[in-house]
Design a protein around this ligand. Structure first.
Ligand code: 5GP
Ligand code: MG
Ligand code: MG
Length: 185
C-alpha cells in the first residue's frame, strides 16, 4: 500500500481517489453490469495501456464469466489534446459479430478517441456496444457518445495513477492523483 517512491511526487491533498474508493466504485459498477447482461455472453474490450488496471479489477469484481480482449490506438493531436484522428496499433483478436461488447476505459476527456473507436466497432456488426469508464472529465459530458457506466466525474485536471501515465510513468500508482508542479519542470 505504501508507494512512497512514486507517491512522494503526489502531495497528500492532491490524491483525488484512494485505491479503496476506486475498488468500491468498481464493485458497484460490476453489480450493475451483472444485472444488465444477465443471460448474455459478454466481451470486455480494454483500451491499452491506460485501462489495464480498470480491466483487471472490474473483471475480477464480476461474479460471472467474461471474455477479455484488447485494442491499442494512437490518437494524433497537437500537444496534449486529441484530434479524433486515430490509428489502430493493435486490433482485437476476437470477431465481435453478434457479440455483446463492453468497452473498458480509464478516462474520457474530449471523447474524440472513444467516439472514433465506437463507430469502428459498430461497423463490425456486434449485438451491442456499451462503454464503461472509471473517470470522466467535464468536456466528455457534451460528447455525442453515450457512456453507460461512469465511475467518477472528476474536475478538469491532469491526473495520474491506476493505469494513467505522465510520460509513461505513474501507471503503477495505486491511487489517482494530480502531480506536483515541480515534476513538470
Ligand atoms: P480523449 O480522446 O477522450 O480526449 O482522450 C482520452 C485519452 O487521453 C485517455 O485514454 C488518456 O490516455 C488521455 N488522457 C486524457 N485525460 C488524461 C488525464 O487527466 N491524465 C492522463 N494521464 N491521461 C489523460
Ligand atoms: Mg484510455
Ligand atoms: Mg497517456
Amino acid at each position: 500500500m505504501d508507494q512512497t517512491h512514486v507517491a512522494g511526487e503526489i502531495e497528500a491533498d492532491q490524491v483525488l481517489l484512494t485505491e479503496k474508493q476506486v475498488l468500491d466504485r468498481l464493485g458497484e459498477m460490476a453489480a450493475q453490469i451483472e444485472a444488465d447482461y444477465e443471460g448474455k455472453d459478454l466481451l470486455l474490450v480494454g483500451v491499452l495501456k491506460g485501462a489495464v488496471m480498470v480491466m483487471a479489477d472490474l473483471a475480477r469484481s464480476l461474479n460471472r464469466h467474461v471474455e477479455m480482449d484488447w485494442m491499442a490506438v494512437s490518437s494524433y493531436g497537437s500537444g496534449t489534446k486529441s484530434s479524433g484522428v486515430v490509428r489502430i496499433l493493435k486490433d482485437l483478436d476476437t470477431d465481435i459479430k453478434d457479440r455483446h461488447v463492453l468497452v473498458v476505459e480509464d478516462i474520457i476527456d474530449t471523447g474524440l478517441t472513444l467516439s472514433w473507436l465506437i463507430t469502428n466497432l459498430k461497423s463490425r456488426g456486434p449485438a451491442s456496444v456499451e462503454i464503461a469508464t472509471l473517470l470522466r472529465k467535464p468536456e466528455a459530458v457534451t460528447m455525442d457518445v453515450d457512456v453507460t457506466y461512469v465511475g467518477f466525474d472528476i474536475p478538469n485536471a491532469f491526473v495520474v495513477g491506476y493505469g494513467l501515465d505522465y510520460d509513461e510513468k505513474y501507471r503503477n500508482l495505486r491511487c489517482i492523483g494530480t502531480l506536483s508542479p515541480h515534476v513538470y519542470s
